[in-house]
Design a protein around this ligand. Structure first.
Ligand code: ZN
Length: 680
């Protein structure tokens, strides 16, 4: 099943574009100091531009490698995880002589090999796509198209509608079927609407890109790029924006399957779902007018256009597994034009990433065995409990919330569960058939497996032990439906969690990350879910009004920040993440202060006291260089503010920051008391 991500399920710490560069062989992973003073830049004052002060040196010393569009702590650690640790694991397996057929070792080694077998890939050209292209060619009606696109969904090929399976927002213990908008190649509707020159350039280049891909495939259509862009522009008009998608109440429209089908009399949703082996009595619809209007759009569009659009989606979906021409052109547009990446990673580096993408959990099992120290579980759970305690104290002290809502907030806080490192039980992937000279078939087999696993959950109890990130992922998440925070082994490494660093650095790093995830349970979306993970109001009306007023002020504050000329931060899109950063920083600061109570004042390190080092720790995990293209893409599509804004944005609201650095009223990183927003 094509996974259409719902914007309220899983709130992650950050989106990462992953990483690597060529030529540089690494034999091991360098030790990261607690905070490296060469990162400082004396050209900036801490009180006027903290990112410049704490990271200016680092930014000068760490230009973006040609293969990346952004470069910072996440990407660097991710690159090490993949190109050193996972590579070592894959090579070790590949050198084993007696791999049992169907074993995870056989799957990993043979998939990796199939990705590297460029001779076979070139020889086969687009022949593996032929059966699917023939089916599209044979389409005679909208109903035929519904069947064919339904079948293609199982392989992950996008079309105008998508399905998703997740816990029912109003009954989070049971999995439900969701339906959502989909089908925009550029990802978000603003790409089809903005009139600034860089967005217009993206659209022009997109047209050229589609034309080039059709040429490579030897399709004879006239101006296919324009046809695809015109169709997607009409589709984009019908879609909700990424801000509108943040509303879990408006996007929850539970409907009987019968009524769902009736919404689209021309494009046969029943056939579309049946081809995906979907059986359900009810569907939760994201946006009913979208289904009605898309049906009308499909009916009004020539069938030839829809068939061309479907062929495009197939080509684009599989471009990375086709001969070099397709793969390089796909990189040129999606990584180059859209994100400013200059150079494609080596085939080996992409083979590691592709293996990780397909067989991430089996690889993660080996990764966590080798790289996650068991004793860290205990240490991290202590940190989590410290954050929980401080959160409880902060709730007690809130002046804007009534006692009855506070009691409910405590109930929710107490019910938070957590996962650390890696799953307790591992899913069995052995039924995926992987062969060393059949890359395309391997990808299809893995997609079909994933699809089956997803579809069979509909109507069944939610498995609360399931992980939605692999252990090697450098990220963390809060899942509102489980009311749980999850910290994969991948992020429990320097600079986020550094066993050799002083506490202040770790509190500014991993503890602020833990606080960030906790705060997601109480951000604009998380606060609408109760302690059992159900979308159910537990607030008094006046407390909710107070909360909304505070978040509105924080939205307006971020909306005034310009990331690049003409590209302001979208305060409403990033509010959940910005609230989580503000909360995470505050919780971590007070957890650190609490840990020092009754102890002698810690000694200065490199001339900085513990309060200052706490904020240096925060700045360090977000240090980043970013291409302009990636920055524009992020502002348009990502619920996370750009790294520089994540560092500097919340600090003027914290009197703790002002005190730590002795900032005065005239400094840029200081807001007057009345303009500060303190939520949690
Ligand atoms: Zn987050």
């Amino acid at each position: 099943m094509r996974l259409v991500k719902l914007s309220y399920s899983l709130v992650a710490l950050g989106l990462i574009t992953t990483a690597c560069n060529k030529g540089k062989e690494e034999s091991g992973v360098a030790k990261v100091p607690g905070y490296d003073v060469s990162s400082l830049d004396s050209a900036f004052k801490a009180c006027d531009d903290f990112d410049g002060f704490a990271n200016g040196g680092w930014k000068k010393n760490n230009p973006i490698p040609g293969t990346e569009s952004r470069w910072g702590a996440f990407g660097i650690l991710d690159k090490e995880n993949k190109e050193v640790r996972l590579k070592g694991i894959i090579e070790e397996i590949s050198n084993q002589k007696d791999r049992k057929n169907g074993s995870e070792e056989q799957q990993i080694a043979d998939y990796y090999q199939s990705f590297l077998d460029t001779t076979t890939i070139e020889k086969r050209n687009i022949e593996p796509l032929k059966p699917y292209l023939d089916k599209i060619e044979a389409v005679q009606s909208l109903n035929d198209l519904a069947s064919v696109t339904g079948e293609l969904q199982k392989l992950g090929v996008s079309t105008v509608f998508g399905f998703y399976v997740d816990g029912d927002l109003k009954n989070s213990k049971v999995n439900a079927l969701y339906q959502a908008q989909d089908g925009l190649s550029l990802g978000e509707k603003s790409y089809y609407e903005r009139t600034d020159s860089s967005t217009v350039n993206v659209r022009n280049e997109f047209v050229k890109h589609v034309d080039k891909m059709f040429g490579l495939a030897n399709f004879k259509d006239v101006a296919p790029g324009k046809t695809v862009l015109d169709f997607e522009t009409k589709l984009a008009k019908l879609q909700l924006s990424n801000v509108e998608l943040r509303d879990p109440v408006k996007t929850y429209n539970k409907t009987s399957y019968k009524d769902f089908k009736a919404l689209s009399p021309d494009f046969d949703l029943d056939a579309f779902a049946a081809k995906q082996d979907i059986k359900a009595d009810t569907v939760i619809l994201q946006n009913i007018p979208y289904i009605v209007n898309t049906n009308k759009l499909l009916k009004a569009t020539p069938l030839a256009t829809l068939k061309l659009y479907t062929r495009w989606q197939v080509l684009s979906n599989f471009a990375g597994f086709l001969p070099k021409g397709f793969d390089a052109e796909d990189f040129r547009f999606f990584s180059g034009v859209m994100r400013g990446t200059k150079q494609q990673r080596t085939r080996t580096e992409r083979a590691i990433r592709s293996t990780d993408g397909l067989l991430g959990m089996p690889l993660g099992k080996l990764f966590s065995k080798k790289y996650f120290p068991e004793e860290d579980k205990k240490k991290v759970s202590e940190m989590i409990e410290n954050v929980r305690t401080v959160y409880g104290e902060r709730i007690d002290n809130l002046t804007w919330m009534s006692d009855s809502t506070k009691a409910r907030a405590h109930k929710k806080l107490k019910a938070f569960t957590y996962k650390i490192g890696y799953p307790d039980k591992w899913k069995d992937y052995s039924s995926i058939k992987i062969e060393k000279d059949k890359l395309f078939e391997n990808v299809v087999a893995a997609s079909l497996f994933q699809h089956e696993e997803t579809v069979k959950k509909i109507g069944k109890s939610v498995d609360k032990s399931e992980w939605h990130m692999t252990p090697q992922t450098v990220n963390a998440y809060y899942n509102p439906l489980n009311n749980e925070v999850v910290f994969p082994a991948g992020i429990l490494q320097p600079p986020f969690y550094n066993r050799d660093a002083d506490d202040a650095i770790n509190y500014g790093g991993i503890i602020a990350v833990i606080g960030h995830e906790f705060t997601h349970g109480f951000d604009d979306q998380g606060s609408q879910f109760d302690e059992e993970g159900n979308l159910k109001n537990w607030w008094t009306a006046s407390d909710r009004t107070n909360f909304d007023k505070l978040t509105k002020r924080y939205i307006d504050y971020f909306s005034g920040i310009e990331a690049l000329p003409g590209f302001k931060i979208n305060g409403a899109l990033t509010i959940g993440e910005n609230v989580a950063d503000l909360g995470g920083l505050t919780l971590a600061y007070y957890a650190l202060e609490k840990s020092l109570k009754g102890k002698p004042e810690p000694a200065l390190i490199d001339g900085f006291n513990w309060k200052q080092r706490f904020f240096l720790g925060w700045a360090q995990v977000w240090h980043m260089n970013t291409t302009d293209e990636a920055l524009r893409n992020q502002v348009q599509t990502d619920p996370h503010s750009p790294a520089r804004t994540r560092i500097n944005g919340p600090l003027p609201h914290l009197k703790e920051f002002q005190n730590a650095w002795n900032c005065g009223a005239g400094n840029k990183m200081v807001l007057p008391e009345a303009s500060r927003v303190v939520i949690w």
